[in-house]
Design a binder for this molecule. Structure first.
Ligand code: DAH
Length: 339
């Protein structure tokens, strides 16, 4: 039996097969176990010798089982390691690189220019109160300028801001002059969309307040921005325009060389000297918040522009709606480039 058992053990091909052999011989009702159980039926004088004999067999089987188990386990481990081995020489899976959205790139250019001039960069709420979006900016409810900036209203009476100019108010309530800030963010208009109009777009607002700030400072600042965007020979043009929150107000344009080799004026945004009524509205809000009235008599300028215009020309994007459609054929062109 010992010989047979050991042969079966050394030939067991797998751990499962070995387990079966183990059960067959030394399990609860295995052959060796049965022999041990039968000892009781022997006459006492034979028991001892027979018991010793069976024990030798059992020990030999146990030792063989243990040895075989060790061999099979090692083999299984080797196989597992071999099957799970990583071939580090295989080329990796390509991971598509992201890229910055064209609007983000233009923002980065613009903000870089203003940061170099010492401006603080802020953002603000897109859901805004009527007061901050209109009234405090010298646009009372009856003012026709409201028609130009029709917007989306929330049921609680708030609205989606129509411009980033709301941040002029918020910033001045929180900060004392002298100050220089630009504010970036999304703005909304209730209007039909076409190739150059969207109901959501972006703006960059600028505000400088201090004593003795003049229109010359405004023009110099816009010219500096134009040179930052279009190189040292860029020129700027100011045309009188009307915005209720500035006086005088102007639209500004940059002379630039378009891809067809023509030089054209590109209308970029509006600007002007902060209207005294705006300072007054800020002081009223400050007073209500327990802060000093400090803006009356100050001077300052403000400007606002949209990065979409710049990005459409810079990246030759013919329709503003492409920016937000998440069409990979459009935005995929900006993959992997970070500037
Ligand atoms: N808020 C104006 C708009 O959305 C743009 C603008 C014009 C901003 C003149 C200004 C400014 O700060 O001085 O049409």
């Amino acid at each position: 039996m010992q010989q047979e058992a050991i042969q079966e053990i050394t030939q067991a091909p797998t751990l499962e097969a070995l387990q079966q052999v183990k059960t067959k011989y030394v399990g609860k009702s295995g052959l060796v176990t049965k022999e041990l159980g039968a000892l009781g039926k022997l006459p006492p004088e034979e028991r001892r010798a027979r018991g010793a004999e069976i024990n030798v067999v059992r020990q030999a089987i146990d030792a063989a089982l243990q040895e075989r188990e060790g061999i099979l386990k090692r083999a299984a481990l080797d196989e597992k390691l071999a099957s799970e081995a990583i071939d580090v020489t295989l080329p990796g899976l390509p991971l598509p690189a992201g890229g910055l959205h064209p609007i983000t790139r233009v923002y980065d250019d613009l903000i870089g220019i203003y940061q170099r001039m010492g401006y603080e960069v802020v953002e603000g709420p897109e859901v805004e109160g009527e007061h901050h979006n209109f009234e405090a900016l010298n646009i009372p409810w009856y003012h026709p300028a409201r028609d130009l900036q029709d917007t989306f209203w929330l049921e609680d009476g708030r609205l989606l801001r129509t411009h980033t100019s709301n941040m002029q108010i918020r910033y001045m309530v929180e900060h004392d002059p002298p100050l220089k800030m630009v504010s970036r963010g999304k703005v909304y208009r209730y209007e039909a969309t076409d190739a150059t109009h969207e109901s959501m777009f972006h703006q960059l607002e600028g505000l400088v307040v201090g004593e003795g700030i003049s229109m010359a400072d405004l023009k110099g600042t816009i010219a500096e921005m134009a040179r930052g965007l279009y190189g040292p020979t860029a020129q700027v043009r100011f045309q009188p325009s009307y915005y209720p929150f500035v006086e005088p107000g102007a639209d500004f344009a940059v002379y630039w060389n378009n891809p067809r080799g023509e030089s054209k004026w590109l209308e970029l945004g509006g600007c002007g000297m902060v209207h005294p009524n705006v300072f007054r509205a800020v002081d009223d809000l400050r007073e209500a918040a327990g802060r000093d009235r400090i803006y009356e008599g100050m001077t300052g300028f403000a400007f606002g522009l949209g990065p979409e215009r710049i990005a459409m020309l810079k990246y030759k994007i013919p329709d503003i709606r492409y920016f937000y459609a998440n069409d990979p054929r459009v935005i995929g062109q900006f993959r992997g480039e970070l500037g």
